[in-house]
Design a protein around this ligand. Structure first.
Ligand code: FES
Length: 163
């Protein structure tokens, strides 16, 4: 299942029109678009700029300031590694290094086959079983390097079974 959803300029404009009259509308619009379709397409930047009477550069500036926003479609699975205090104390730094090396990507990137995107998060509410990660909607605790590999492998396997 891809995290990116189908969209049209009209569907993006509907989102913009529903929020553009709010004070400080840019961030709510960007969040709503990414929540709805998985990322911020370039087309949306032009539509936001026009609707809010701002320049495209201003919209790009906001997008690039917040690491949360993606400008390319996410992979089929989103892996989030917790970097907050409890997980740091339990070794998340080596886990994130391992994840980057084994997937061959850095944070905010997607594997070339578009299977996995990698992001950092700051507390998944699962501190008691740190280090914790989330893959799509599922949170996993006590994630060793081997367990990480097994979880990734399981998601790869699921993809082969449904394709
Ligand atoms: S600090 Fe990682 S889940 Fe809370």
């Amino acid at each position: 299942m891809s995290l990116a959803k189908d969209w049209t300029q009209a569907s993006i404009q509907t989102i913009i029109d529903g929020l553009k009259h709010k004070p400080g509308a840019m961030l709510p619009i960007l969040h709503a678009i990414q929540d709805e379709i998985g990322y911020i397409p370039e087309t949306a930047v032009a539509q936001i700029a026009e609707s809010l009477l701002q320049t495209r550069a201003e919209v790009h500036g906001v997008i690039s300031f917040y690491h949360h926003f993606r400008t390319t479609p996410p992979g089929k699975h989103l892996i989030q590694i917790c970097r907050a205090e409890a997980c740091q104390a339990m070794g998340c730094r080596s886990l994130e290094q391992h994840a980057k090396e084994s997937l061959g990507i850095d944070y905010h990137q997607t594997t070339a086959n578009r299977e996995f995107s990698l992001e950092a998060v700051y507390c998944l509410g699962n501190c008691a079983t740190a280090p914790s990660i989330r893959i799509d909607d599922d949170i996993h605790g006590r994630v060793s390097l081997d367990r990480f590999d097994a979880l990734v492998s399981r998601h790869r396997q699921n993809m082969k079974e449904v394709s």
